[in-house]
Design a protein around this ligand. Structure first.
Ligand code: HEM
Length: 407
């Protein structure tokens, strides 16, 4: 009788994100070639690396669920449960019902109507650094702008924005403060119970106020939205507002900073965009492809399935690598090159399918307004040394010093 020793696992999991993520990108490229679907024996998770497989996983919510409640412990008594019936972590049919209600309030017209305010707030923020030749883009512009925009969209006083910013930080703690395990197991939430309750109470106050006195804002339109006799509950409205705070804030901050960083890394880009502003929207799409703010999305298999050549059992976490899909050489020529003229269709930065980002038009509009305003004001913009987030799930900088010369 011969005994068989199990073969050693030839692959290792993703490296920690250090600096601009060179090692991570090298790992993703190697895995795309050698193991495009990889069931990690250590964690049990399935990593999906190619664009085609990512697209399929995101397109099939009946197999690849967004509802992780079966993995999380029951919510702690006394703590707000922000995951409950929250759009991004629900499956059909609940997801469709929530999305239809929310889409009635969050329409393309709502977003378009914000344009003059975004222009005005951008001008105010740039005025506050006028006369300076050096400032931090994240601190002065790309950080505060999206918070003010979401506050105004919801109808919450922008003067409370410092509080908003603080809460967004609680909901997405820096990874060096808390491990993923602690976060999922609720240990982290316990340490921030006071702040999370403060946020839930604050939002609930505004929701109740709109029920009795509707105004011209998103919260009032959410209160009024009705689908087949159904309306959003207080809890659903609080959760959606809290989610917007998180989803629409840091991602957009990262997008704007990633744009300047990408343009700076490809000399001549800003001059090109100044000369031909019709290239701006295509160049911003290329930024989204090249440096997506969200590195990966999770899904959970509801049943045994097969992705590519790999059998994946039910109950497994699937890690859909947007960073990798967007650099898949099967779809994009010379994918590691940032090319402002590329106009790349098909990147997955805003996801795909039923959970496609509801705020994509807003994020695009905000970034385009900021870029146009900076091109108008400054004849020259140069980036100093950025400080990167050192966490696997988001991709971009926490600080970006810029040197500018007035036009
Ligand atoms: C560049 C900026 C942004 C990026 C990269 C981004 C990315 C994403 C991604 C990847 C998803 C899908 C999650 C999934 O499939 O599981 C998503 C969903 C969502 N995003 Fe964004 N987002 C951005 C800005 C915004 C903004 C500004 C808002 C609103 C103010 C917003 C609101 C939402 C909402 C409500 C969903 C949930 C949609 C659903 O589950 O049906 N996002 N976003």
């Amino acid at each position: 009788m011969t005994s068989t020793t199990p073969e050693a696992e030839p692959f290792e999991g993703p490296p920690a994100v250090v600096g601009d993520g060179k090692e991570l990108y090298a790992w993703l490229k190697r895995m795309r070639r050698d193991a495009p679907v990889w069931l990690d024996p250590a964690s049990g998770s399935c990593h999906v690396l190619t664009h085609a497989d990512a697209l399929r996983v995101l397109s099939e919510p009946s197999v690849f669920s967004s509802d992780f409640s079966s993995l999380a412990p029951p919510p702690e008594p006394g703590l707000p449960n922000f995951a409950e019936a929250s759009l991004s972590v629900t499956d059909p049919p609940l997801h469709g019902r929530l999305r239809r209600l929310i889409s009635q309030a969050f329409t393309p017209r709502t977003v378009a109507g914000l344009e003059p305010r975004i222009q005005a707030v951008t001008a105010e923020l740039l005025d506050s650094v006028s006369g300076r030749t050096d400032f931090d883009l994240v601190e002065e512009l790309s950080g505060p702008l999206p918070v003010v925009v979401i506050a105004e969209l919801l109808g919450i006083p922008a003067s409370d924005r410092e509080m908003f910013r603080r809460w967004a930080e609680y909901l997405l703690p820096p990874s060096d403060e808390v491990t993923a395990g602690e976060f999922l197991e609720g240990g982290y939430a316990k340490t921030r119970a006071a702040e999370l309750n403060e946020m839930a109470d604050y939002l609930l106050g505004h929701v109740r106020d709109r029920r009795s006195t509707p105004r011209e804002d998103l919260l009032s339109r959410l209160v009024a939205a009705e689908d087949d006799g159904e309306r959003l509950s207080d809890r659903q409205m609080v959760n959606f507002s809290a989610f917007l705070l998180l989803a629409g804030h840091l991602t957009t901050t990262l997008f704007m900073s990633n744009a300047l960083l990408s343009f700076d890394g490809t000399p001549g880009t800003l001059a090109l965009l100044r000369e031909d502003p019709s290239l701006i929207s295509g160049a911003l799409e290329e930024v989204l492809r090249y440096r997506p703010p969200v590195s990966f999305l999770y899904r959970l298999t509801r049943e045994d399935t097969r992705i590519g050549e790999v059998d994946v059992p039910a109950g497994r976490i699937v890690v859909v690598w947007l960073l990798s899909a967007n650099r898949d050489e099967r779809l994009f020529t010379d994918p590691d090159r940032f090319d402002p003229r590329r106009t790349p269709g098909g990147h997955l930065t805003f996801s795909h399918g039923i959970h496609f980002c509801l705020g994509a038009p807003l994020a695009r509009m905000e970034s385009s307004i900021v870029l146009r305003a900076m091109l108008d004001r400054y004849a020259d913009i140069r980036c100093g040394t950025p400080v990167y987030h050192q966490r696997p799930d988001i991709f971009g900088v926490t600080s970006l010093p810029v040197s500018v010369r007035a036009a």
